[in-house]
Design a protein around this ligand. Structure first.
Ligand SMILES: [Zn+2]
Length: 99
């Protein structure tokens, strides 16, 4: 069910995926996919990489401009950003601190 293994298991690819937030060099944990409806056609997808600390920041940055935004797992390519705010991450609820 997971396409992540192919990405993270490939040691030939030395290029690490880093967070797109300025000044942040944490490894990316998700992609923030968005478009500006005023200038981008519906099949255009802009992709930012986000670490766990900045997923919410980057998503909200786009969302507050009323742009459609979709958060997804890395490796789960988003080919179309639907209207509204979408979170497709399979692991989006597993970061709590359950004691
Ligand atoms: Zn970050």
């Amino acid at each position: 069910m997971s396409g992540l293994g192919a990405l993270f298991g490939n040691t030939d690819d030395e290029q690490e995926l880093r967070c797109s937030r300025a000044g942040c060099s944490n490894p990316a944990a998700a992609t923030v996919n968005w478009r500006n409806p005023k200038i981008h056609s519906e099949d255009r997808v802009k992709v930012w990489l986000a670490c766990n600390d900045h997923i919410d920041y980057l998503r909200d940055y786009v969302a507050t401009r009323n742009f459609p935004v979709t958060v997804a797992d890395i490796g789960n390519d988003v080919t179309r950003v639907q209207d509204g705010i979408l979170d497709l991450r399979s692991s989006s609820i597993s970061f709590g601190f359950l004691e």
